[in-house]
Design a protein around this ligand. Structure first.
Ligand SMILES: [Zn+2]
Length: 86
């Protein structure tokens, strides 16, 4: 299992699931602006803003993530694990 951090409690922009913890897949730092958050409930791809708030990734943001093949592969694998509930 991953280490996890407390985060500003907020609802997933996609499904409304209340999140109050974040677990990094790579690295150990707490979330920074532009970091990806994958909802543990619906596996939506969200992004942190500078204030730590999440928004659903836009089509353009998804396109940029897909250009980083290693990062995109990690995201897709994380979604697969969430959908099968780890
Ligand atoms: Zn969600």
């Amino acid at each position: 299992m991953f280490d996890s951090f407390e985060m500003k409690p907020q609802a997933c922009p996609a499904c409304g699931y209340l999140m109050d913890r974040s677990a990094p897949i790579t690295g150990t730092a707490s979330p920074e602006e532009g970091d990806v958050s994958i909802c543990f409930h619906c596996s939506a791809i969200n992004l942190f803003d500078a204030a730590g708030a999440l928004h659903l990734a836009s089509d353009e943001e998804l396109r940029l993530l897909q250009e980083h093949r290693g990062k995109w592969a990690t995201i897709v694998e994380a979604q697969r694990l969430i959908r099968t509930k780890l």
